[in-house]
Write a protein that binds this ligand. Structure first.
Ligand code: HSE
Length: 304
């Protein structure tokens, strides 16, 4: 018995929504296959992991070190699952890119285990399990990638203790660049200020609430404007991504907004229309000579 799950890339933060806002993207995506297998040897571990695709060689296969393995192990422990499983991950999302690569594998495994063993877990419980893997990858169990990865569209993780997530339908094109620059999420979190002045809090709450109003009004111009108004996280991280300032300047004409996706180095822009989308893609390629996706907001993880 086996199951395959499409698990989308996600873009977290979107400017002022640090650790709160997230988007599911149609592309790129991981395919996560989980199969119940006969244990081939007496002493074998309960989980076998194989990874192919983008930077597969860098991903640990030990289930206690692999982010998706951690999720599966915890689910097996909590639900007293005794069978052995083979998790096959086909990485379409480059690890360490700022597009929720590890979280896509975590979400995919959580959804697959839920279906394979008829656990009947709701989305919130799946998000909780999937975010355990994020704790391994980023040093903190932030849910702003796994939430859209499971629910799709635009999500707001409005509370962590207890976990609360809201979901808003959003039909919007985006352009995403994956510059070939190393940014570790752990490090990109460490450089952020632990305290901020009240004036910056007021600014960011204003911009974040403005984004929600814009989404409900399908006003992408204002959405882009507010998305670029973060005064706390994006300015700190912008220094880590060479070429970002140049990209910001050059896409002005074609994009309603541009910001860092997650902890970077991926960059996400909202194009004014289809032609603008191609122009933005061209600019990104000229600056970074890197993969660029002209894609749109999409669904959460589903069985294929
Ligand atoms: N909210 C997280 C961060 C997302 O910005 O560190 C990481 O993809």
């Amino acid at each position: 018995k086996e199951i395959t799950i499409y698990s989308p890339a996600t873009s977290a933060n979107l400017g002022p929504g640090y650790d709160i806002f997230g988007l599911a993207l149609e592309e790129p995506y991981d395919l996560v296959n989980v199969e119940i297998i006969e244990s081939s040897c007496k002493c074998c571990e309960q989980i076998k992991i194989s990874v192919s695709g983008e930077k597969a060689e860098e991903i640990p296969l030990d289930p206690t070190q692999n982010t998706a393995g951690v999720v599966a192990l915890k689910m097996m422990e909590d639900f007293n699952i005794k069978e052995c499983v083979h998790i096959k991950i086909q990485k379409g999302i480059k690890p360490g890119s700022g597009l929720g690569s590890s979280s896509a594998s975590c979400s995919g495994v959580a959804v697959a285990m839920n279906k394979l063993f008829n656990l009947e877990l709701d989305n919130l419980k799946l998000i909780k399990y999937a975010s355990l893997g994020e704790a391994v990858a980023a040093g903190a169990p932030h849910a702003d990638n796994v939430a859209p990865g499971i629910m799709g569209n635009f999500t707001l993780t409005t509370s962590y203790e207890p976990l609360e997530v809201l979901n808003i339908l959003l039909d919007m094109d985006v352009v995403v660049a994956l510059p070939n620059i190393q940014v570790s999420t752990k490090e990109a979190r460490k450089i952020l200020p632990q305290e901020i002045p009240l004036q910056k809090l007021v600014n960011n709450v204003g911009k974040a609430t403005g984004m929600i109003h814009s989404i409900y009004n399908k006003d992408f111009e204002n959405l882009g404007k507010y998305m670029m108004g973060d005064q706390v996280v994006e300015p700190c991280r912008a220094t880590l991504i060479e070429g970002y300032d140049e990209a910001k300047e050059k896409v002005k004409e074609f994009a309603y907004g541009i910001t860092i996706s997650g902890s970077g180095p991926a960059i996400i822009a909202i194009p004014k229309n289809k032609e603008c989308s191609s122009e933005i893609a061209k600019i990104f390629k000229e600056i970074w000579n890197c993969p660029v996706y002209e894609t749109k907001v999409g669904k959460g993880a589903y069985e294929v």
